[in-house]
Design a protein. Structure first.
Length: 129
């Protein structure tokens, strides 16, 4: 092989437009018809999916780890300083399943976020295994 030409194109908008046109062709043209309502719900569903599939870029590995830890803690809706030991262990288990502890310096970041010592995080990991 002498060379390789790669062209990256995002076609999400084109696919969405094609789907919209396909749905419009199927409509009877009557406002308030069941097909029109279905189209509206389909568009709302796509908006929700687009919000969930947000691409994020981080400037460093530590920033990425911090964001993963914060989002995991945010999902529990309890502040770390108000959590009991079992809740913190559950968070450490979720982070372990996500592969956070495969990165160097993950334990200090998790310990700081959970308001515990590094030894406590290591103990939670031992209990999980």
């Amino acid at each position: 092989m002498i060379g390789l030409l790669c062209i990256n194109v995002v076609i999400n908008e084109y696919l969405r437009m094609k789907k919209l046109i396909d749905q419009l062709v199927k409509l009877n043209g009557l406002p308030g018809s069941s097909e029109t309502n279905g189209l509206y719900h389909e568009q709302e569903k796509e908006k929700t999916e687009n919000r969930e599939a947000k691409e994020v870029f981080f400037s460093s590995k530590d920033e990425m780890l911090s964001e993963i830890v914060k989002s995991t803690i945010r999902d529990t809706q309890v502040e770390p300083n108000r959590m009991v030991m079992e809740e913190k262990q559950k968070i450490v288990e979720q982070l372990q399943k996500k592969g956070v502890f495969n990165f160097k310096r993950a334990v200090p970041i998790v310990a700081e976020a959970l308001c515990v010592s590094e030894q406590t995080v290591y103990r939670y990991l031992r209990n999980i295994r």
